[in-house]
Design a protein around this ligand. Structure first.
Ligand code: MG
Length: 156
């Protein structure tokens, strides 16, 4: 497995997100459609999603932006401020997440919209967490869950 994959898992872990947390989101999304779906299958789908190179690039880039802002190391202070306050009209965090969804087609985009609205499980936790900057992370985690859910949907 690529070292970028491990870098992603480590980064997510350092930001308090486990594959299991994301899998729980996937289960919540897909459970209404198949009642025999297990958390293990969801975890597998999450893993496969994170094995894609483009997804790895989005995860690492997004988390690095969050961390740089948190440490006040972002070059543009006006943008740093917007990211730190999770300014709703900033929008680049969502655009990066769409990049992940676009790899999986329109079901992923629909799922992402739903997750963004309902903020299930780990997404809600990240949203309410005031100890670190999760402006990019919450959208990235939502997009991974949405992509993994559509992966399962396409395979049924
Ligand atoms: Mg965000």
């Amino acid at each position: 497995m690529s070292s970028l994959y491990h870098e992603c898992i480590e980064l997510l872990k350092n930001r308090n997100v486990s594959l299991y947390d994301i899998a729980e989101c996937v289960l919540l999304l897909q459970k209404p459609y198949y009642d025999d779906l297990t958390i293990e299958q969801c975890e597998e789908a999450v893993e496969s999603t994170i094995r894609k190179r483009e997804v790895q690039h989005a995860i690492i880039t997004g988390i690095n932006i969050d961390m740089a802002c948190e440490e006040k190391k972002f070059y543009s202070k006006s943008i740093e401020e917007k990211i730190l306050e999770d300014y709703s009209l900033y929008g680049v965090d969502e655009v990066l997440a769409y990049g992940i969804c676009n790899l999986y087609g329109s079901i992923a985009l629909t799922n992402f919209g739903y997750i963004d609205k309902t903020k299930p499980g780990i997404i809600g936790e990240l949203n309410n967490d005031k100890k670190q900057c999760n402006t990019f992370l919450d959208d990235i985690v939502g997009a991974i869950a949405a992509a993994a859910a559509s992966r399962l949907a396409h395979r049924k």
